[in-house]
Design a protein around this ligand. Structure first.
Ligand code: SF4
Length: 81
């Protein structure tokens, strides 16, 4: 199965219509819970996460992860490559 194109997965995003500020909390870990709760129910969470990893998105919650968590994923993938 191929990953959906950004245009197609964005149409299914659970965050559509939600205030984008929810996904850009001031403090990465402490205030990300609301965005993470929305992402947890999102049908395109994996595609969103892969998009953020591929594009080195530095800010915000993507695919249920904070910037710090995405850095950790990058490190883990580098180690196992
Ligand atoms: S995983 Fe989260 S940020 Fe990504 S599209 Fe879904 S709700 Fe939006």
């Amino acid at each position: 199965m191929t990953a959906p194109s950004p245009a197609s997965w964005r149409k299914l995003a659970a965050c559509q219509g939600i205030d984008p500020e929810v996904f850009y909390p001031a403090s990465d870990e402490d205030e990300a819970w609301e965005a993470k709760a929305i992402c947890a129910e999102c049908p395109v969470r994996q595609a969103c996460l892969e998009h953020a990893l591929a594009n080195r998105e530095r800010e915000g919650v993507w695919g249920g992860t904070t910037e710090r968590e995405r850095r950790r994923i990058h490190r883990q993938r580098r180690k196992s490559a």
